[in-house]
Design a protein around this ligand. Sequence first.
Ligand code: MN
Length: 289
Amino acid sequence: MRIGCHGFVFSGKFDEAGIRTAIEGTQRAGFDFIEMPLMDPFTFDEKVAARVLQETGIEMTSSLGLTADTDLSSDDPAVVERGEQLLRRAIDIVSFVGGTDLCGVIYSALQKYTQPASDTGRQHSAAALARLGDYAAERNVVLSLEIVNRYETNIMNTGREGLEFLKLVEHDNVHLHLDTYHMNIEESGMLEPVLDLGDELRYVHIGESHRGYLGSGSVDFDSLFRALVRTGYDGPVVFESFSSAVVDESLTKSLGIWRNLWDDSDDLAAHANRFIRDGLRAVETIKLH
Ligand code: MN
């Protein structure tokens, strides 16, 4: 498993200075790669990112959440087309820096919906993702759909709903992405979703129940680590945490980051890197018993 860190642990802005701060922080904390948030891919400078990645030896994946204006699950084809344009640009960035993964809420807007998803909206999203699956495959990028809680999408909130939605997408380059923060809200536990998803699990976010220091909340990481090792999961595992100490304005509003859960990015990240590696290492030894 490759262990990574979300860019928002270090910076809320991703101009040249922010890109450097986030990648260098990720390296200092001991991670293998950074998950670079691409909330605005059209202003992101992939040449700067590629240069700093090469200097540090850090690899990069990317994630984003669509907005109402780029919602692939919209009933309006013009909105869907804007979403596809944005995601093609994000795929281009990941491909340019030699990355392999684009994930996150890339199938709907990342927002609270006030009604269920329409059949038309689901079909729009699935059809767009199948086209994007082709586009990404040609550039050696894999797409993973992040399953998030009911306040952040109306398309799917559990692993099983994710598997149902994948049947609509029907593309072998589009997979699923689990996040312990969301699983802790919506799932029956940490074990079942990992077993249910099997080979469709391509990406994992590690977040605490309050999105602060790992081990200081109520997420059952022990079961999650056991499930990942037991199923032979070998994909990316990324530490994700948000605090009002480091924020992006749009994400602050959509995710409700009103509190300061930590104020030292370096300490938080180094702790998370050890927590994840130690947890996985411990359960790997079970096979020796
Ligand atoms: Mn996440």
